[in-house]
Design a protein around this ligand. Structure first.
Ligand SMILES: [Zn+2]
Ligand SMILES: [Zn+2]
Length: 393
């Protein structure tokens, strides 16, 4: 079945491409999206939205309220930040700023939400409630969603929808799944304290390198032996640092890692599981440990009813055979903060096109997306709004 996009949405395609390329040329890192958010706010004001600037520093909240002001509030979210990466692409709209690149598709997310805003602006009295557009800063690690919520972006909102353009999914396909779709990404630092000394006189020391090695191995018993095998979890030690010379026994080693799960209850258990094992393993070598826990994004969990609504909306645009459940990933996403507060759905929209060489993973210096996906995104958002307000009665 061919994909049929409403002509008035297909007509937005040149504008969507121009917007995406403009954002792409001018990437800005998290909480520094000054130019980006100015451009977004100006455009939304011109389209007749009530615009609030400087939410969570560089965020923008735009409201389109029905004159009769009844009915629920439906929010849509786009993220605005780029990554600290130097672009290796050679197309004619490459990043003008070395060390910054839209390598995750957030330039496309903004273009889609602004295209949707134009579509809405031509239908101001269509939906009997409010449509709120959230352009948030700092998705990549700094968690811009949290201060957006703290500053009232979700006030009164009944449901929220967001998408991620996905290069690993082919153009024309979408992945919509109820329940957990992305994991937590909490970070931990374990400092192993031993007693240093001469490499040739180990009996006088407590070897922090040996103790740290035992800790790394012991942590592998968490997922394999302490967690339900039907429950996905990851404990990775990604960094290990200690010691000063080949013939000195180290007195201190630092391990850094990440612990991930889809489950809020298991998430609360992980710090204690890690602490117990680290302490016991280090004790074998006469060493002690200190655990620092750095809480990052919560799990991204879709509401079943909203996921069903988005799935049906996506099917009307792309066709039943092109909308699947997608695959959950142990990656993390700060859309999770909104979904902790209110029901909503975050879904993946295919933007990969291997035949055209568009197949690089996200966060790669050669990342790109097929811009044909942009009108698909607008069409799905429009279908979601239609369906949401129809169901709200
Ligand atoms: Zn990313
Ligand atoms: Zn992203």
């Amino acid at each position: 079945m061919p994909i049929v996009i409403a002509p008035e949405i297909q007509a937005l395609a040149p504008e969507l491409v121009a917007l995406r390329r403009d954002f792409h040329r001018h990437p800005e890192l998290g909480f520094q999206e000054e130019r980006t958010s100015r451009l977004v706010a100006e455009r939304l004001e011109a389209l007749g939205f009530a615009v609030q600037r400087n939410v969570a520093k560089t965020g923008v909240v735009a409201r389109l309220v029905h004159p009769a002001r009844k009915g629920p509030i439906l929010a849509f979210r786009a993220d605005m930040d780029a990554l600290p990466l130097t672009e290796a692409n050679t197309h004619d709209f490459v990043s003008l700023h070395p060390g910054a690149m839209h390598a995750c598709g957030h330039d496309g997310h903004m273009a889609i939400l602004l295209g949707f805003a134009r579509w809405l602006s031509q239908r101001k009295a269509r939906f009997p409630g409010e449509i709120r557009l959230l352009f948030q800063p700092a998705e990549e690690g700094l968690g811009g969603a949290a201060p957006m919520i703290a500053e009232g972006a979700l006030e009164g909102v009944g449901a929220i929808v967001g998408l991620h353009l996905w290069s690993g999914l082919k153009l024309g396909y979408a992945g919509v799944r109820p329940g957990p779709i992305m994991a937590t990404c909490d970070e931990f630092v374990i400092t192993v304290h031993g007693k240093g000394g001469h490499a040739a006189r180990p009996q006088e020391t407590a070897d922090a390198v040996l103790a740290a090695s035992q800790v790394v191995v012991a942590l592998q018993t968490i997922v394999s032996r302490a967690v339900d095998p039907l429950q996905p979890a990851v404990v990775t030690v990604g960094q290990i640092a200690g010691g000063s010379a080949h013939n000195i026994i180290a007195d201190r080693v630092e391990l850094r890692g990440t612990a991930r799960t889809f489950d809020r209850v298991l998430r609360r258990r992980l710090p204690e599981l890690i602490r117990q094992r680290a302490e016991a393993a280090a004790a074998i070598c006469g060493a002690t440990v200190e655990l620092q826990w750095i809480e990052q994004y919560p799990p991204t969990i879709n509401d079943a009813r909203m996921a069903e609504l988005v799935r049906k909306a996506a099917e009307t645009v792309l066709g039943k055979d092109r909308v699947g459940p997608g695959e959950p990933t142990m990656g993390a996403e700060d859309m999770a903060y909104y979904l902790e507060k209110i029901p909503g759905c975050f879904f993946f929209l295919g933007a990969g096109n291997p035949e055209r060489g568009i197949d690089k993973p996200h966060h790669n210096p050669r990342f790109d997306l097929d811009e044909e996906a942009l009108p698909y995104g607008v069409a799905i958002f429009a279908a979601v709004a239609e369906r949401f307000f129809a169901e709200a009665g």
